[in-house]
Design a protein around this ligand. Structure first.
Ligand code: ZN
Length: 105
């Protein structure tokens, strides 16, 4: 049933470290114009996150539709309209999020 017995803390520490590497690699790939590679890195980071019960950090934004990391000015449009931030991806997906002065959560 269980493969290896590692403490949960160890597993999530390993997961965090690997996700940090993958997210930074994927940002580099986007900046280098290698979208496919960037998507693959995000895919890997997500599956590691699920396995190790860690998540992708909040400050790393990616498109939920095509898994492309969002880099404003490179592949994503950001507009501010009346208290809402509207982001758009290359794939045509658009989403809005309210922004507060006091960041709650
Ligand atoms: Zn997209």
């Amino acid at each position: 049933m269980s493969k290896r017995h590692l403490p949960k803390k160890t597993v999530s520490a390993i997961g965090d470290a690997r996700i940090a590497v993958l997210t930074s690699l994927s940002l580099d790939a986007v900046k280098a114009g290698k979208g496919d590679r960037a998507r693959r890195y995000v895919q890997l980071a997500r599956s590691i996150g699920m396995k190790t019960r860690t998540g992708i950090p909040r400050d790393f934004r990616y498109c939920k539709g095509c898994l492309l990391p969002m880099v404003p000015g490179v592949n994503c449009t950001v507009r501010l309209t009346g208290g809402k931030m509207v982001s758009g991806c290359e794939c045509g997906r658009i989403w809005r999020m309210p922004y507060n002065k006091e960041r709650s959560g």
